[in-house]
Write a protein that binds this ligand. Structure first.
Ligand code: ADP
Ligand code: MG
Length: 286
């Protein structure tokens, strides 16, 4: 589906931001995040992904340009920000910068308590959020005893307990082992099925291609290009211009599409790169 046709839930219009030391965080950055979709933000270190996220939930304020939520410019009053942060949940890259309570339950309760909900509602939201991330059994554990991956899940639960419309995750897969990455992908799939808009910053094109509806690349504080995932296999030259490779699976499919090739030599390849090399040699003679 063409993402451009779906109404945007969040937008940056021509937003610029410099940090106090003069570093460029965002430079005339524009992005439109369609409601209910999964957006992957790719970009080198320092491209501005985290800065963009901090603008989406009002932690940073544009020095020029506008951030809109549901078509309305953000309200930076205390009340406005309070409301905004219950609607737009941001999961930081480092769980230790997000978790601060003694126990898991206490930490996940913080958001909904802060919304002024009654104890019974808070309790049921916390249970629901812990269940969603598979951390029910850890509710009474001290946060500092958890593994990195478990802390990450508690951070997500803390945000989910606010029942946000949009979930933003800054490099969520970084530091997770493969099994935990698969689990997190399932959690995100479930949330997407329930209608949540999800935005992720990542370095990993393979994950972005597998998971997202659209991919945006950030360069030097700006959103430089945007593709629906369906058009990624045709975007080889453009991707290369941004220093991005093809998703591995698309690269394989491209070579395999040249002909039906499979023999022992090819099946002996032990890495994706080796396989591509063998297939390329084999297909060149067709
Ligand atoms: N607190 C800060 N003070 C000064 N410069 C910063 C700060 N945070 C980020 N920057 C700079 O802003 C630019 C964008 O950084 P960031 O948004 O963290 O990029 P990314 O998340 O894509 O790696 C970089 O040049 C970075 O060095
Ligand atoms: Mg970052």
């Amino acid at each position: 589906m063409n993402q451009q046709l779906i109404e945007p839930v969040l937008e940056l219009q021509d937003v610029s931001f410099r940090y106090p030391d003069g570093s460029v965080g965002l430079d005339r950055c524009s992005i439109s995040i369609p409601r209910g979709t999964r957006v992957a933000l790719l970009g080198a270190n320092g491209a501005g992904k985290t800065t963009l996220f901090l603008h989406l939930n009002g932690i940073l304020r544009p020095q020029s340009g506008t951030v809109l939520f549901g078509g309305v410019p953000l309200d930076y009053s205390r009340h406005g920000l309070h409301t905004l942060r219950s609607r737009i949940g941001l999961v930081f890259q480092n769980p230790d910068s997000q978790l601060f309570s003694a126990s898991v339950r206490e930490d996940v309760s913080f958001g909904p308590l802060n919304l002024g909900l009654d104890n019974e509602t808070v309790r049921s939201r916390v249970e629901e959020a812990l269940h969603a991330v598979g951390m029910t059994a850890y509710a009474d554990k001290p946060v500092h005893n958890l593994s990195y991956g478990q802390k990450k899940r508690v951070c997500i639960a803390g945000v989910l307990a606010m029942r946000p419309k949009v979930l933003i995750l800054d490099e969520p897969m970084a530091g997770l082992d493969v099994a935990m990455q698969v689990e997190l992908t399932h959690i995100l799939d479930q949330l997407h099925t329930e209608g949540m808009t999800i935005v992720i910053a990542t370095h990993d094109m393979d994950f972005a291609y597998q998971w997202a509806d659209s991919i945006t690349v950030m360069v030097n504080g700006g959103c430089a290009a945007n593709w629906d995932v369906e058009s990624i296999p045709e975007a080889l030259t453009e991707l290369a211009a941004y220093g991005l490779g093809m998703p591995k699976v698309a690269e394989l499919q491209r070579v395999l599409a040249i002909g039906r090739i499979w023999d022992d030599d090819i099946s002996s390849a032990r890495s994706h790169q080796a396989l591509i090399k063998k297939l390329t040699v084999a297909t060149a003679s067709i």
